[in-house]
Write a protein that binds this ligand. Structure first.
Ligand code: ADP
Ligand code: MG
Length: 249
């Protein structure tokens, strides 16, 4: 057994989940550094989404360990994991269509913030400033008063990323963020991710290999719940096992 290393932002070790005897994730270990963009790729059914479900506490692990900044997450509830600094975006955007971009971001501002008394004005000014800053990052600064319903598909995805960013997670997990986006939107999303990784790491599941090449510091290839290959984009692309089960198709 390898010695546990607490210098990683995220250390996943021996992670396993069994659904009625079927191991969707099977003794999986990987480590994510600070300020790293890690991409998980692999064929459909490989267990990618399940890995994110396990890390964010939506699915309970059968065995293993997930340490975030040295702290075990597997014994925590979903809301405690969010509070610890892990944000998760699901495949379908969960924004409020009837609200504006500004209101969507405002609603996502970390709870514990209450408006009352003499502080109210100061507080809401600080919140507005933070919302404007996030809107700039997600390319929606000019659309703050626009109803979310009329945003493009890509803009809705960015808004949801913004709704996570406003909580300032140290680990941001995104499941297929560029699915359905135009080529231009994919490029801007890559730019967005590069812009947010100071003091933060991002764990992304993606199929678009051009996008993966644009963003990944390191790629983990998952197959049947296990790691098939791991390393730089060049390394995994040249790995014959990866070509056989995934890239060759
Ligand atoms: P990927 O995201 O790589 O396409 P998933 O993580 O969604 O794969 O699924 C991995 C495997 O686990 C699939 O065979 C899927 O059917 C199965 N699976 C996922 N979640 C559950 C669950 N809650 N109950 C039973 N089987 C599941
Ligand atoms: Mg999936």
């Amino acid at each position: 057994m390898l010695p546990s290393n607490t210098n990683y932002l995220l250390a996943v070790e021996g992670l396993t989940v069994s659904f009625d005897g079927f191991k969707a994730v099977d003794d999986l270990s990987f480590y994510v550094d600070n300020d790293e963009i890690r991409v998980i790729i692999g064929p459909n059914g490989a267990g990618k989404t399940t890995v994110l479900d396990l890390i964010c506490g939506r699915t309970k692990a059968t065995a293993g360990s997930v340490r975030f900044k040295g702290k075990e997450l597997l014994s925590l509830r979903e809301d405690q994991i969010v509070h610890a600094g892990v944000g998760r975006k699901f495949q379908n955007p969960s924004i409020y269509e009837d609200l504006t971009v500004f209101e969507n971001l405002e609603l996502s501002y970390p709870s514990g913030y209450t408006v009352f008394g003499a502080l109210a004005f100061k507080r809401s000014a600080a919140v507005a400033e933070r919302i404007e800053e996030i809107a700039e990052t997600i390319f929606l600064a000019d659309l703050l008063d626009t109803k979310a319903a009329i945003l493009s598909h890509g803009q809705k995805q960015w808004l949801e990323i913004g709704m996570l960013l406003i909580q300032d997670p140290e680990l941001l997990m995104l499941d297929e963020p560029v699915a359905g986006m135009s080529v231009a939107e994919r490029r801007k999303t890559a730019e967005l991710l590069h812009g947010i990784i100071e003091n933060r790491s991002v764990l992304v599941i993606e199929h678009d290999m051009n996008f993966v090449a644009d963003i990944a510091h390191k790629v983990t290839v998952l197959h049947q719940g296990r790691i098939l290959s791991e390393g730089s984009m060049e390394t995994v692309q040249a790995d014959p096992r990866v070509v056989e089960v995934y890239l060759g198709h």
